[in-house]
Design a protein around this ligand. Structure first.
Ligand code: 13P
Ligand code: SF4
Length: 349
């Protein structure tokens, strides 16, 4: 029953004691009470790169969600231990694509399109999905390199299957000039391809998944804001729907959003469509700018928020005592295949 101040002091003490033996990366969506202790804050691409580069730390306490910790484990060496402070910190989007459904989908699509497809998966997916993608010659993407990777995929094959976020897939392909009529949605509940127009013209097949945080930003939010405050610029993450992205002024990854706001003019007015902890931090760090959330009911990512100060301290204490809790360990075969997909992305990033 420690107070917040006592817990913070304990975290500092253990961090100081472990020194370089410990590395704590934190995603930008983490709470202030956690991110204040992160050795590096970043978006999912930056954190994947940092995990790959860090050869020194024995322990990596990953302040983010489960798929990020899995990625860190796969990109680090066997002697490095990756720990997630709360095992319940999953991702509803990653959970929308399971491996059995994906294999079934691939078999059916192969029957329809033959060997003309390559799979891509957003890093917001389980290690099993990344391994599937690696096995079939595909790559992972993040929101900051999705365009590059979709272009790369089209150099390999005529068609791509994009998992698990239909919105990032649709927004990215549309930006690259693929019209909506050439995109289809794979419905994993019915095992059917949903499309309008001609099947032979389909070039992008989108998995029917989405982010439960970013789906809370709607065209109604955009319309309300435009009516009330037409000067305010709207900046959203590409996990928002195509309609919302089209209605906004700017769309881009977490890093893009942060850079845009940091570089914005004093006095400029912004509405941001992304996760609440990040929006709040941007508001706090930019008092000279007028920033609001695009959805007035700020949208938190409940699973990111599961990582809190008590869980962080509990994990660090377990490392100090030698009885480590919540280790994330991906098996060898999954790791090898996933790494093929991850490394294609890291080579292009
Ligand atoms: P990025 O960090 O790639 O922008 O992804 C956002 C996100 O939803 C992470 O879970
Ligand atoms: Fe998953 Fe969305 Fe939360 Fe990111 S913000 S961890 S995609 S549910």
């Amino acid at each position: 029953n420690l107070s917040v101040t006592e817990m913070e002091a304990e975290v500092r003490r253990i961090k100081d004691k472990l020194g370089d033996r410990l590395f704590m990366p934190g995603h930008h969506y983490q709470k202030d009470e956690v991110i204040q202790f992160a050795d590096a804050a970043g978006d999912s691409l930056q954190l994947a790169q940092l995990a790959e580069q860090n050869k020194a730390a024995e322990y990596i306490v990953f302040c983010g969600v489960h798929f990020m910790a899995e990625t860190a484990d796969m990109l680090t060496e066997d002697r490095q231990t990756v720990v997630l402070p709360d095992m319940r910190a999953g991702c509803s989007m990653a959970d929308m694509a399971n491996i059995n459904q994906t294999e079934q989908c691939w078999d059916i699509l192969q029957g329809m399109f033959g060997n003309t497809m390559i799979p891509l998966t957003y890093v917001n997916s389980t290690a099993a999905i990344k391994a599937f993608v690696g096995k079939h010659g595909g790559a992972t993407v993040t929101s900051s390199n999705a365009k590059k990777m979709v272009k790369w995929a089209f150099k390999q094959k005529e068609r791509l299957l994009f998992l698990p976020d239909q919105h990032l897939g649709r927004n990215t392909a549309y930006d690259l000039g693929v019209p909506l009529e050439e995109m289809a949605v794979w419905n994993q509940q019915t095992n059917k391809l949903e499309y309008e127009g001609n099947l032979d013209d389909i070039r992008v097949i989108l998995w029917k998944g989405h982010c439960s945080v970013h789906e809370n930003f709607t065209t109604k939010n955009v319309d309300d804001l435009r009516a009330k405050d037409p000067e305010r610029k709207i900046l959203v993450h590409p996990e928002c729907s195509w309609e919302v992205v089209q209605a906004s002024d700017y769309a881009g990854s977490t890093k893009y959003i942060i850079d845009m706001i940091n570089q914005a003019e004093t006095g400029s007015k912004w509405a941001i469509g992304t996760e609440m902890n990040l929006v709040k931090r941007l508001i706090d760090k930019n008092p000279d700018k007028d920033i609001v959330s695009l959805n007035p009911f700020m949208c938190p990512c409940l699973t990111m928020n599961r990582i809190d100060l008590p869980h962080l301290l509990w994990t660090l204490e377990s490392i100090e005592s030698g009885e480590i809790v919540n280790q994330i360990k991906v098996d060898q075969e999954t790791t090898e295949l996933s790494k093929q997909a991850l490394q294609k992305m890291l080579a292009h990033a």
